[in-house]
Ligand binder design. Structure first.
Ligand SMILES: Cc1cc2nc3c(=O)[nH]c(=O)nc-3n(C[C@H](O)[C@H](O)[C@H](O)COP(=O)(O)OP(=O)(O)OC[C@H]3O[C@@H](n4cnc5c(N)ncnc54)[C@H](O)[C@@H]3O)c2cc1C
Ligand code: FES
Length: 266
């Protein structure tokens, strides 16, 4: 991946819900090169606190406007600082980093599973497929959150005509329970084809562990995007390794996208 240091210009900061934010950043180079699955590693401020860069998936790209978007949740000091930024501020970015999802063929089915902020890279993948005129009826999107206030982009997804399956852990909307349970039910009931179907997932590690087990059991062609603490983000520190059937791999350099059947998650 031909990544480089970029100085992005913050165009907008939107509050989409409790602790949920979307940033639009002007950067012609990143907008030109980014692919679904890539991430950026950014400094949240000019001081050395926090010291390390923070990683975020590229969430959307508007090539003609030379801009791209990030979608994130405030979970600690770095994301808090990021949420308080103002349009016009400059952002030190290292991007695009990592590998990207490989696309399905036009006549294949696509099934995506997002848990919480896992929607960030998967929404970009869906938009890219639709832009390439993939049939929305061949795309199924499973999206799970803890409670309905955490839903993001649901109206945008409904308007595309894709098949949407929603779940909340507290049952406040959609299926009550984990999104992997709903997915597993659909698989077992044979309402989802497994042949000539590409599966994609992103979310918290326990969810991806389940997806990985299901993928091995049902022999699913499934790509998962992993998260890990990333001190350097460019393959130099081995601070982000994950165990796979082919040995230890660096999430930042060999991933973040891996074959779900190969990853061994604790
Ligand atoms: C490739 C990649 C893509 C990512 N994409 C997104 C995204 O699109 N949107 C988004 O909201 N977040 C994303 N993340 C997670 C994001 O990097 C962290 O939420 C962020 O670094 C937290 O920084 P902080 O200073 O606010 O919190 P910290 O103080 O660093 O952490 C707060 C809490 O979150 C945990 N945590 C921090 N980073 C991670 C991580 N990488 N994996 C698991 N737990 C973590 C810490 O252990 C701690 O409990 C991504 C991470 C990676 C590696
Ligand atoms: S974060 Fe340093 S090798 Fe991945």
């Amino acid at each position: 991946m031909n990544q480089r240091n970029e100085e992005g210009l913050l165009l907008s900061v939107e509050n989409l819900g409790e602790k949920l934010f979307r940033l639009k950043i002007y950067s012609p180079e990143i907008a030109k090169k980014a692919l679904p699955g890539n991430f950026c590693h950014l400094r949240v401020n000019e001081s050395y606190s926090p010291l390390l860069r923070r990683a975020f998936s590229i969430h959307q790209v508007e090539t003609e406007k030379n801009s791209f978007e990030l979608l994130f949740k405030v979970v600690g000091p770095g994301t808090q600082i990021l949420s308080e930024k103002k349009p016009g501020e400059k952002i030190d970015l290292l991007a695009p980093l990592g590998n990207s999802f490989s696309f399905p063929e036009k006549d294949e089915n696509t099934v995506l599973l997002a848990g919480g902020m896992g929607i960030a890279p998967l929404f970009y993948l869906v938009s890219s497929l639709l832009e390439k005129k993939f049939d929305p009826q061949k795309i199924s999107f499973f999206f799970g959150v803890k409670k309905k206030d955490e839903y993001l982009l649901v109206n945008d997804m409904v308007s595309t005509g894709i098949r949407l399956h929603l779940a909340t852990e507290d049952g406040s909307s959609g299926y009550k329970g984990m999104i992997t349970e709903l997915f597993f039910q659909e698989l077992r009931a044979r309402r989802l084809k497994t042949k000539r179907t590409r599966f994609y997932a992103c979310g918290p590690n326990p969810m991806l562990k389940k997806v990985s087990e299901i993928s091995r059991k049902f022999k699913l062609d499934c790509q998962i995007s992993l998260e890990s603490h990333m001190p350097c983000g460019v393959g130099a520190c081995i601070g982000c390794v994950v165990n796979t059937i082919k040995g230890y791999k660096r999430v930042c350099k060999d991933g973040p996208v891996f074959d779900a059947r190969e990853v061994i998650l604790d």
